[in-house]
Write a protein that binds this ligand. Structure first.
Ligand code: GTP
Ligand code: MG
Length: 354
């Protein structure tokens, strides 16, 4: 094999681009964190009417920033933090006043949007449906029944995220949070080989972690922040497969729904923050309840209800189609019209239906 071999070239490109990213982070070190520290100095316990107990409740419920308080409603604060409506209004108003809203001029916004990277799914039809692929700076949620390909898609994205940008990748590393014990490195190997990539290099760039319960899963997200900030790993994709299973198991009793939603809210806030501050893509999977009557009535409704629907930037419903195909439908995405596409899971990974 010679250096002209396209497979070798892609492999070299992958390691080079990731190394470059690492170098760039190294040179930035020591300067950037300081700016951030200064901004963080304000804590929500300094808000009027917020004692330590209320502050704790707010933080538990995911209100860890002024922004999250500024955009909430008084009724929600009354319910979650147990404050009076007058106090709730005060908290919200003060948050709004203190908040540096951070107006961005049109050209700056355009530039930020242009920096968004879309990771290919492996299927052209699916990429077209998503207007390019799975976006960075966003949470993409795929929900569907068992065997609908949620995990396979997670594996495929973990490979594809490492590709050079012109090949539909994000030139980055991957963190794979496995809550169901279904992550399969040998399947990743197979998918990498199908693309002519070095499977060992690909596997080295994926940090797998098994989440044992919902608290552990939440803690892992904080640790990813460390991987990026302290260890300078250029992580561009975080997979959470599945998002809800531990939350369902840990809060399964009667009357625990509110607690569960609060924790879940917090978890999603951390994931969203991770996606936005580090320009990475977050891919989460979610089951559809076997007995829809237990939950919200609609069989196409994902577990988790409204909070989840609100937090995911792109929601995709996948179901089994004819002749072993799979059908993906985008649900209420801000910029993607509701439409469907077919794809399939082959030996090589996610591909188009011929
Ligand atoms: P749950 O986690 O049970 O809710 O399902 P899921 O949506 O995660 O399904 P998953 O992605 O695990 O599997 C989807 C389909 O992919 C399976 O029904 C298989 O048909 C197919 N599949 C899984 N592994 C392989 C493989 O190694 N080769 C091939 N050709 N197909 C596979
Ligand atoms: Mg699965």
């Amino acid at each position: 094999m010679s250096e002209n071999n396209p497979e070798i070239q892609i492999n070299n490109q992958i390691s080079e681009s990731i190394e470059k990213e690492l170098e760039a982070k190294e040179t930035k070190r020591g300067r950037k964190p300081k700016e951030k520290e200064e901004k963080k100095a304000f804590t929500i316990s300094e808000l009027p009417g917020v004692g330590p107990a209320t502050a704790e409740k707010l933080e538990e419920a995911g209100y860890t920033t002024l922004m999250s308080l500024a955009v909430t409603s008084p009724a929600e604060l009354v319910e979650i933090a147990g404050v009076t409506e007058a106090t709730a209004r005060k908290i919200i108003n003060v948050s709004r006043n203190k908040l540096d809203i951070g107006f961005m001029s049109g050209d700056e916004l355009l530039k930020k949007r242009e920096n968004i990277v879309r990771i290919t799914t492996g299927s052209n039809a699916f990429d077209t449906l998503l207007q390019g692929g799975v976006e960075t700076n966003a949470i993409t949620e795929v929900y569907g029944e068992f065997g609908s390909s949620k995990t396979q898609l997670g594996h495929q994205l973990a490979v594809n995220a490492q590709l050079p940008k012109e090949k539909g990748g994000a030139e980055g590393m991957v963190c794979y949070i496995d809550s169901e014990g279904t992550a399969r490195p040998e399947r990743i190997k197979q998918m990498a080989e199908a693309l002519g990539l070095d499977p060992i290099k690909i596997l080295k760039n994926i940090k797998f972690i098994r989440a044992f319960n919902s608290d552990h899963q939440m803690l892992i997200v904080d640790k990813i922040e460390d991987l990026i900030k302290k260890d300078n790993l250029p992580i561009k994709l975080v997979v959470v497969d599945s998002l809800m299973s531990h939350f369902r198991a840990d809060f399964s009793g009667r009357g625990q729904l509110a607690d569960r939603q609060q924790k879940l809210n917090k978890h999603l806030h951390s994931l969203m923050r991770l996606a936005e501050t580090h320009d990475l893509a977050v891919y989460v999977t979610n089951q559809v309840m076997a007995n829809p009557a237990v939950f919200f009535g609609d069989p196409t409704t994902a577990v988790g209800g409204h909070i989840l629907a609100h937090a995911s930037s792109v929601r995709i419903y996948v179901r089994k189609g004819k002749k072993g195909t799979r059908v993906a439908r985008v649900i209420d995405a801000p910029s993607i019209p509701d439409s469907e596409c077919a794809f399939k899971v082959t030996q090589d990974g996610i591909r188009d239906v011929e």
